[in-house]
Design a protein around this ligand. Sequence first.
Ligand SMILES: [Zn+2]
Ligand SMILES: [Zn+2]
Length: 286
Amino acid sequence: MRPHPAAFPHQDGTPTPPRPRRTLTVARDSPSRLLRCAQLARCRQCGNRVDRHTTAGPHPVSLHPGELSVVLVPAHYRWHLASGVAYPAGDGSRWCRIAHSTVCPMTAESGPLPDCLRALRRRLALRTRRLIDTTGSTTQPSPQYTAPDDSDCRPQRPVGQLLHTRYLATRPVEQIQCTAQTRHRTRCTQPVLASGTTPGRWTLMPPTPHHHSTRQLALPSRDIAVYDLTHLAHSEQIRRRTQRCPTHAATTAAPDLALADWEPFDSLLHHALTATRLPTNPRPHH
Ligand SMILES: [Zn+2]
Ligand SMILES: [Zn+2]
């Protein structure tokens, strides 16, 4: 923290002129708009703490909190951070980060781990065991594996289509909240689907929009429920994707306090999460 200038007068005793207070802001050329690049979270499988970071690719990554000496970590396990973005390599320094999945005790080992990482994995396994002993589970029910609610056929993880791309949300559309920081330094509580804004249209669509994809061959042909936003103006689709309420959509200076709830939809990977009925018409096939 920068010391208060008045506390350090010049050597002749005259006080230094007070400097204007600076506000923490996001640099204009920053690839991330997050004020705090690491988003504290818990692993959905083992319940241990992780730092979520944006990456150069479409998916964020969960890193193990804290740095490790590169002496202990083989090169292919190393990650580093630059300007708030995580990259899967070392940065030439003596320290590095590792992906939580490397040491997550609830996922299978991808290969033989060095002693240091094996010991870390054992420590995390102990914490997971303690968590299960005290609370009965590692974490709250994972939205990733929540089945669609049959009572209203409303997907807990809706598939959205906007800006020529399919996305998978981490929560129901109505619960997606603005990520911007308010003037009170707290996260804006407004929903992105604020009153007065146009909702998307639930539509049954083929599981993949890319009809020439070779992956399509492996997919079932049944249509899935998609929250279609493509009828909205381009600027409005950008607002939904950047996850801003109408007020903060225009305030580009406001940094983000959370990662967006959208991730690119993969028709193979996320197939089990898709709904084949429309929420507004619960039993169209019956
Ligand atoms: Zn884990
Ligand atoms: Zn807002």
